[in-house]
Design a protein around this ligand. Structure first.
Ligand code: NIG
Ligand code: FE
Length: 417
């Protein structure tokens, strides 16, 4: 039996994001917008894309199924969330209330709240319970147009519990329509019940956990939180060397409150440096000379009431820019990528093109994926249909306008119609 083809259209506007560079500033005039467009799918792939009229003859020859949306729609690629912590149990509403009463994130952590509180709840949950919580959050993200979601461990913080988290993420990946990309964040903080030094903890994780991640194919990515109260770059150096020698890609929680992380991210040629709220001229220049992709996390700025990452200055210096939600129970409980990206855009003066690039192909690149994030032949048929006639309405409505349909791997994954 031959492949199944499907022609979808006519669609009022298709925002392909095709032809845009992987880094530096973008103008809206650079956006390719196909009016009255069509997408011809071959199974889970985009086979052709163009004006609807131009695709009709080929679709007929291929006996394509036809889907004709009624009314106006704008089609964008599915969004990619390159940084989340959606595998967790418990809530940190108490931390949030304490912060808004004047205590700082680091103070609360030192007093036993913060990440350690979530570790307690996550350890108590079974693998199946954690998978169910992750699936629920992933499905919500998918219904809001996010087709690919990076998910970190880091609330287990010992061998058995980090493995449990990563196995839960894999189980969740099998049961949600979104694609989950797992990252090991055993270096989130020194667990309070570990009796040795920070160096010993990291070396235990590198020697015991890394080989199992490879053996069970649980993750190909290693993350570390470089910060006061977490780990210093000196402590992380040997850990990252070990990770690289096992073939892992690296990513760093960098420059959230103090500037150290971006330097080590660049030194180790990490795929991304995430947060960057505290980055100044020196860090921006360093990132601009590197291949490390900056990821802004406006959800953490909104959750903590802190400054945003200097997204405008980064792009003007020539870096790439991804925007991710950082969805987690502590600093970023909202978990609404489109809203957060739209808000960052208004505060940092980012063009529509820069914001869309940051939550599509530039975000995909930041997690090592080049098969999605644009609408082009040969890429995955991952796209959103917004019930609107002009693509600029999407960010103008600041995240309140959600997709009416989400297509993932060539299949209708969500519909409110
Ligand atoms: O990206 N900064 C460190 N890690 C997370 C927060 C995790 C938590 O507070 O539970 C972040 O903001
Ligand atoms: Fe994070």
């Amino acid at each position: 039996m031959g492949a199944t083809y499907t022609l979808i259209g006519p669609i009022t506007q298709i925002l392909t994001l095709s032809g845009l560079p992987d880094r530096s500033a973008l103008k809206d005039s650079e956006l390719e917008i196909i009016p009255q467009g069509g997408i011809l799918l071959m199974e889970e792939w985009i086979y052709r894309i163009g004006s609807y009229e131009s695709l009709e003859a080929e679709a007929d020859a291929l006996e394509a199924i036809r889907i004709v949306p009624e009314g106006d729609y704008v089609c964008s690629p599915c969004f990619v969330d390159a940084h989340t912590h959606i595998c967790f149990a418990g809530s940190r509403a108490n931390d949030y209330a304490m912060r808004n009463s004047g205590r700082s994130y680091l103070e609360i952590a030192e007093a036993g709240g913060g990440i350690w509180d979530t570790v307690q709840h996550t350890r108590k949950a079974s693998l199946e319970e954690l998978a169910a919580l992750t699936i629920r959050r992933a499905n919500r993200h998918l219904s809001e147009g996010v087709g690919t979601i990076e998910v970190k461990s880091g609330y287990g913080l010992n061998l058995a519990e980090e493995l449990k988290m990563l196995r839960a993420i894999r189980l969740a990946d099998e049961q949600t329509g979104a694609d989950l990309v797992a990252t090991c964040l055993a270096a989130h903080m020194l667990p309070r019940d570990y009796t040795g030094s920070r160096q010993e903890y990291l070396s235990d994780m590198a020697t015991q956990l890394f080989p199992l991640l490879v053996k069970e194919r649980l993750s190909t990515r290693i993350d570390a939180f470089i910060e006061k109260g977490a780990f210093s770059s000196e402590e992380i150096g040997p850990y990252f060397h070990a990770a690289k020698s096992c073939g892992f890609a690296l990513t760093v929680h960098a420059d959230q409150f103090s500037c150290e992380g971006s330097q080590i991210a660049v030194a180790f040629d990490a795929l991304s440096a995430d947060h960057l709220e505290a980055s100044g001229d020196k860090e921006i220049e360093l990132l601009a000379k590197s291949n490390t992709i900056p990821i802004a996390l406006p959800g953490a700025s909104i959750g903590l009431g802190c400054a945003f990452a200097p997204a405008r200055r980064l792009l003007d210096a020539g870096t790439s820019l991804a925007i991710a939600s950082d969805w987690n129970p502590g600093s970023a409980p909202m978990g609404d990528l489109l809203t957060q990206a739209a808000i960052l855009g208004t505060f940092e003066k980012l063009s529509n093109a820069e914001v869309f690039a940051a939550i599509t192909f530039r975000a995909a690149k930041a997690i090592g994926l080049d098969d999605r994030g644009k609408l082009e032949p040969g890429l995955l048929a991952d796209f959103n249909l917004f019930p609107i006639a002009d693509y600029r309405e999407i960010l103008y409505q600041q995240g309140k306008l959600k997709p009416a349909q989400v297509w993932k791997n060539g299949k209708l994954a969500y519909s409110s119609l």
